[in-house]
Every structure is written in C-alpha cells, then in structure tokens.
Write a protein that binds this ligand. Structure first.
Ligand SMILES: Cc1cc2nc3c(=O)[nH]c(=O)nc-3n(C[C@H](O)[C@H](O)[C@H](O)COP(=O)(O)OP(=O)(O)OC[C@H]3O[C@@H](n4cnc5c(N)ncnc54)[C@H](O)[C@@H]3O)c2cc1C
Ligand code: FES
Length: 274
C-alpha cells in the first residue's frame, strides 16, 4: 500500500453549501469532483480545517460529486467548521474505517442527536435495497431532531419514521432506549443499527443482547491519525483501533470491549467517564 493510500489520499475541497439542520447543527457540503473515492455507510473522513485542527467526521451525504458532513459544534475545530462559508477550502482524507453491513430484511435504525449523521446514508442504502426500515430519530426536543423534515417526506411503504424526545415535544416522551423497548413489544427486526450517545448505545445493546437481533453500533473516540498509525483510538482491553477496526462494531465485537458505555480517553490518554 502506498503512503497516500494509507493516509487516505488528502485533497482540498471547496465548500459549496451549508444547511442548518437545527439551531446549532449544520451540514457542510463540498464537491469531490475528479477524486477517486469509494464509500460505504458508516465510514468517516478526516477533515482538516486550515490553521485549526484535523478531526474525524462521519459522512452524512453521499451523492458524488456532492459529499456532506453534519457537525455539532463542541469545541474549536467543530466551531470553525460550522462557521465556514461557501467557497472556503478544507482538506479531506479517507473515507476510513468499517461500515454497516446491509444484510437485513427488516431493520431498526436508532439515531441519537448528531449520531444521525452516518445513519442517513445507511437508511437511504437500506431503502434502495428494498429493506423494511423503521427509523427512530431521538433528541432532547423536537427542535433538536436531525433530518426529521427530510425523513418525514419519505413516502416508501417499507419505511416507518418514529421520533423520541426527552421532553415529549414530538413522538415518544423519554429516552430513546425506552422508545425502542415500546417498539420491540409489537415488532420484530433482524438487525438494530445505532449511532449516538454511547450510554444510549450501551442501553440498546444491553436491552437486546439476548434477542436474535444482530446489533451494529458506530463508536466515537479521540483520533489523531485516523488510519491506524498512532494508536490513540485503541479500545480496552483488546486494543481494537476505532479508526481501522471501527467505527462500526457488531454486538459480538462489543461484548469484548470493556470500556463500551463506561469510559473513553481524552487527548492526553486520560480516562473520562461517560
Ligand atoms: C469516527 C467519528 C465520527 C464522528 N462523526 C461526527 C459527526 O458526524 N458529527 C459531529 O459533530 N461529530 C462527529 N464526531 C466527533 C467529532 O470528531 C468531535 O466532536 C471533534 O473532534 C471535537 O473537536 P473540537 O476541536 O471541536 O472539540 P474539542 O475541543 O477537541 O473537544 C470538545 C469536547 O468534546 C470531546 N471530544 C472530542 N473528540 C471526541 C471524540 N472523538 N469522542 C468523544 N468525545 C470527544 C472532548 O473531550 C471535549 O470534551 C466523530 C468522531 C469520530 C471518532
Ligand atoms: S487515530 Fe491513530 S490509530 Fe486510530
């Protein structure tokens, strides 16, 4: 493998459009015309913001040459990303990491907050394969639901949209894990796909691990290289690298990860509880 392939063939791309998904979350769309990229839902890019930092971001839109990332501002790099304007330049490397497998006939897809980012191309790909999809979009309030308007307009008989909000402003009132418990009382699925707060994903895993449903979750960890060189994203106790072996893990993989839903490591390697 060449160094460029290992590092994810860095290129510069021009921002073409910014879409406000909620009051704070924006989708940044850029053009990858001419670039030779393959992508599968769940994979991520390393995004370089000149003079600021380079950070991992899930691909939330894949309509080449149009590609998008959906960003929640939580610090310097994500604040800079959401302040970009059309015609600004950023660098991208990738796509990196594992992807969701699409071998499902009846899928339950559960996204919490900005965790909806990698699930949008997943839901689109599943529906294209004529898989029956129930999508649960969860957030604190109705205003915080990501891609709600877009999925409300999907008129596919194989698609069901459910929502869950902590304050009950729309859909189920309470935690996404409880919304899923209700849904599972009356429905069966072969696969549960999820991305969002790790405590939510751990709750979904614990609540379904004794069922026959297969489980796939996308994890986030602090990353530096994004391509398996630095070891920053290693999980305890197996040393599995989230940037290469993940970010998408199966329930079987997760059963061996002792830190799943318990703690992660900060930039200095220190343990932080969820
Ligand atoms: C594979 C992957 C995909 C991601 N996809 C998205 C996405 O689609 N949209 C999105 O908004 N964010 C996504 N993230 C998270 C995003 O990369 C971080 O929020 C970002 O790196 C924070 O950088 P910052 O400089 O803005 O904040 P910082 O100042 O670096 O951090 C702000 C706070 O966020 C915490 N933090 C930073 N990075 C992480 C991390 N990786 N895991 C847990 N906590 C972290 C820090 O500990 C700190 O408390 C993804 C992360 C990974 C690993
Ligand atoms: S971020 Fe460097 S090995 Fe994963």
């Amino acid at each position: 493998m060449s160094m460029d392939d290992l590092m994810g063939n860095p290129i510069s791309v021009k921002v073409s459009e910014l879409v406000n998904e909620t009051e704070s979350v924006s989708t940044i769309i850029f053009d990858i015309k001419g670039a030779d990229f393959n992508f599968a839902p769940g994979q991520f890019l390393m995004i370089w913001i000149p003079g600021v930092d380079e950070i991992p971001m899930s691909i939330s839109l894949w309509e080449p040459p149009k590609v998008g990332i959906t960003v929640l501002p939580v610090g310097e790099a994500t604040d800079s990303l959401t302040s970009l304007q059309p015609n600004d330049w950023i660098g991208i490397r990738g796509p990196f990491g594992s992807s969701f497998t699409l071998e499902s006939q009846k899928a339950l897809v559960v996204g919490g907050g900005v965790g909806m980012a990698p699930l949008r191309p997943l839901a689109v790909a599943l529906l294209k394969k004529e898989v029956e999809v129930t999508l649960v979009i969860a957030a604190k309030t109705k205003q915080d639901l990501i891609f709600f308007e877009e999925f409300s307009q999907v008129s596919d008989t194989k698609f069901t949209l459910r929502t869950s909000t902590d304050d009950g402003s729309v859909g189920f009132k309470g935690l996404a894990t409880d919304a899923v418990k209700e849904i599972l009382k009356e429905n069966e699925f072969d696969t549960l796909y999820t991305c969002g707060p790790e405590l939510m994903m751990r709750g979904l895993y614990d609540g379904t691990k004794d069922s026959r449903m297969s489980f796939q979750a996308s994890l986030e960890r602090f990353m530096k290289c994004g391509c398996g060189i630095c070891g920053t994203c290693a999980l305890d106790p197996t040393g599995s690298l989230v940037c290469v072996d993940g970010p998408v893990y199966t329930g079987n993989n997760l059963s061996k990860i002792s830190e799943f839903g318990k703690y992660y490591r900060d930039a200095m390697g220190g343990k932080k509880k969820f």
